[in-house]
Design a protein around this ligand. Structure first.
Ligand code: SF4
Length: 126
């Protein structure tokens, strides 16, 4: 699978994939470890938290989404393009890197819903 395009340089020990932590921004809060013990670890020497793996199960995905809300810094990011995951990250926060993509998808969804609604009005179904 192709690597997602990330906006920022990830910590070099952060696992490849959609979720990552930006390099050199950690102030060692430890919050992500509490909500995602299966996914988040410290580097050796505990200078930064890192993603030790990407979520692979529904339970791990819950943990991953919780990290975005729990982190005391904005350094945890989602660089993927799954609209469902994006929509679950609080208020499409700045930590979701593909706002434009989901905005376009939402635009076309509403556009086609509107056409369907108008069609049913014109055909007397409504
Ligand atoms: S959330 Fe931010 S400050 Fe807290 S441990 Fe992770 S990188 Fe460090």
């Amino acid at each position: 699978m192709a690597e997602p395009k990330r906006k920022y340089a990830a910590h070099p020990e952060s696992a490849p994939g959609d979720f990552y932590v930006i390099n050199d921004e950690c102030i060692i809060c430890g919050a992500p470890h509490e909500v995602a013990p299966d996914l988040i670890a410290w580097t050796e020497g505990a200078s930064s938290c890192i993603w030790k793996k990407q979520p692979a199960t529904p339970e791990e995905l819950e943990q991953a989404i919780s990290v975005i809300g729990a982190a005391c810094c904005d350094s945890h990011r989602y660089a993927g393009s799954d609209p469902e995951i994006m929509s679950r990250i609080p208020a499409y926060s700045d930590q979701v890197e593909n706002h434009e993509e989901i905005a376009i998808q939402e635009h076309w969804k509403r556009f086609f819903e509107d056409i369907r609604r108008r069609r049913s009005i014109w055909s007397g179904e409504e």
